[in-house]
Design a protein around this ligand. Structure first.
Ligand code: MLT
Length: 389
C-alpha cells in the first residue's frame, strides 16, 4: 500500500487515478508521496518515508529542491499542464494594459446611481481610451510551454513577435510559429518591443533580471507583463520606471506590499492557472508522475533528478539515487554479480551532481540488499520496486 498526502486541495479528477493500492494520510510523516500546489514547504523537515513530491503546477519555488535531492526525494512538476490557462491570462493582461477597461468599468460602478449615466458615458469615455495590440511588437523572454503558446497566439492576433530563449528545447522549437523572430540578445527584446512578457523559472540566475539596467534599455511607454514570479523583476526599479513614465503599465500575478494598489500596476491575485481545465490537467499529470515513480521507479518531469524511464516494472527493480561520480555502475554490477544476481536490463542517467540507476533483475531479491548497497560511498537512497505492492 502506498500512502500519499495532499498539502493543498488537488482536483478530484487527478486523485481518481489512485487505485486501491493507495491510501490518503493526514500525517505528512507517514507519506511516501506528497502532492502540493502552493503550500510553502521550504522550512519543512522531511521524514525518511518520503520518496517523492509532485507539484501540480510549473513553478517549484515553494519546495527546497536541492535539499530534497540530497535526501533522495524526487521532486516533480507538471510543465505545460496549465500553459493554456496562463497563455490566456497573458492575452488578457496585454488587453487590460492597452485599454483602460478596468478604469472604465470602475467608473461605471461609481456612477451606477446616476440616471444620466448613458449621456455621461459618452462625455467621460475619452479618458479611458487606449491602444490596440494588432501590429505591436511583443517580446517574449522564455519560450517554454507557456512562452511558445503566447507567441503563436500573438501572431494570430497580428502582433510582431520576438522571442528570446538561450535554452530553447527542440520540442518548443517545433511548436513555435516560424513567423516568430528569434532574438539571441535579450537587449534586442528590451530595445525593440512595445510589450514584454516574461516566462522563465525563478532561479538565482533569473532573480531580479528585470532591473534598472534592463528597464533603461526599454522603449518609453513599454508594457511589462510578469505572470511568472514576482522576484524576476526588481519591483522597486519597476515602480521607478512607472513614475518616470518609461513603463506604461506593469501587469503582475503576484500581489505583495511593494506593488499592490500602486498606480500603473495591474495586480492579479495569482490567477494565471486558476481555471478548471488547468487545475484538472495539473492534478492528473502530478498524480500520474507520482504513481509512475512509486510503482515503477520511473522519473519523468523531475526538477531535481534526471529523467529515467524503463517502462512498467515487471519484476524486482532496483532504484538507486546516487552522486554523479565515476565508478558507481561498476560497483553496483560487481556487487550484484558477486551476490549471484543476474541483471536483465539497466539504465543510468545523470543531472548535475546527481544520478539515478534502474536495474531490472532476473530473480527475486532479498530486502537486506538495500542496506548493503546503501553502504557504497556516494549512494543516497536505494529502493526495491516490485510489481505487486
Ligand atoms: C505555476 O507555477 O504553474 C503557476 O504559478 C500556477 C500555480 O501554481 O497556481
Amino acid at each position: 500500500m502506498y500512502k500519499y498526502k495532499c498539502m493543498n486541495p488537488i482536483a478530484k479528477i487527478g486523485l481518481n487515478n489512485f487505485t486501491d493500492k493507495y491510501e490518503a494520510v493526514d500525517n505528512v510523516d507517514d507519506a511516501d508521496g506528497i502532492l502540493v500546489r502552493s503550500a510553502n514547504m521550504l522550512e519543512m523537515d522531511f521524514s525518511d518515508n518520503l520518496l517523492a513530491i509532485a507539484r501540480a503546477g510549473a513553478g517549484v519555488n515553494n519546495i527546497p529542491i536541492d535539499k530534497c535531492a540530497g535526501k533522495g526525494i524526487v521532486v516533480f512538476n507538471t510543465p505545460g499542464a496549465n500553459a493554456n490557462g496562463v497563455k490566456e491570462m497573458v492575452l488578457a493582461a496585454m488587453l487590460l494594459a492597452s485599454r483602460d477597461i478596468i478604469g472604465g468599468t470602475e467608473w461605471v460602478k461609481a456612477n451606477a446611481g446616476d440616471p444620466d449615466i448613458a449621456k455621461l458615458t459618452e462625455k467621460s469615455k475619452k479618458k479611458f481610451a487606449g491602444t490596440e495590440i494588432f501590429g505591436k511588437k511583443l517580446g517574449i523572454i522564455g519560450l517554454g510551454a507557456i512562452g511558445v503558446r503566447v507567441a503563436n497566439a500573438a501572431r494570430q492576433l497580428g502582433m510582431e513577435v520576438y522571442g528570446y530563449d538561450p535554452y530553447l528545447s527542440i520540442d518548443a522549437a517545433w511548436r513555435l510559429s516560424s513567423d516568430v523572430k528569434h532574438v539571441t540578445n535579450v537587449d534586442d527584446i528590451y530595445s525593440k518591443c512595445d510589450i514584454i512578457t516574461i516566462h522563465v523559472p525563478a532561479l538565482d540566475s533569473t532573480k531580479g533580471m528585470v532591473n534598472e539596467a534592463a528597464i533603461s534599455k526599454m522603449k518609453k511607454g513599454v508594457i511589462l507583463i510578469n505572470l511568472a514570479r514576482d522576484i524576476l523583476c526588481n519591483e522597486a526599479d519597476v515602480l521607478a520606471g512607472i513614475n518616470s513614465g518609461k513603463i506604461r503599465k506593469y501587469v503582475t500575478d503576484f500581489p505583495n506590499p511593494t506593488i499592490a494598489g500602486h498606480d500603473g500596476c495591474i495586480v492579479i491575485p495569482h490567477l494565471g492557472a486558476s481555471t478548471e481545465e488547468s487545475e484538472d490537467n495539473c492534478a492528473v499529470k502530478a498524480v500520474l508522475e507520482l504513481k509512475d515513480y512509486l510503482e515503477n521507479g520511473n522519473i519523468n518531469n523531475s526538477v531535481n533528478l534526471p529523467n529515467c524511464d524503463m517502462g512498467v516494472c515487471a519484476g524486482p527493480r532496483l532504484a538507486i539515487i546516487h552522486k554523479n561520480v565515476a565508478n558507481m555502475i561498476s560497483q553496483f554490477t560487481s556487487f550484484l554479480g558477486n551476490a549471484g544476481y543476474n541483471i536483465k536490463d539497466m539504465s543510468n542517467k545523470s543531472r548535475g551532481d546527481y544520478a539515478y540507476t534502474l536495474i531490472d533483475l532476473e530473480d527475486e531479491i532479498e530486502d537486506a540488499i538495500v542496506s548493503k548497497i546503501e553502504k557504497i560511498d556516494d549512494v543516497i537512497r536505494v529502493r526495491i520496486v516490485r510489481k505487486d505492492v
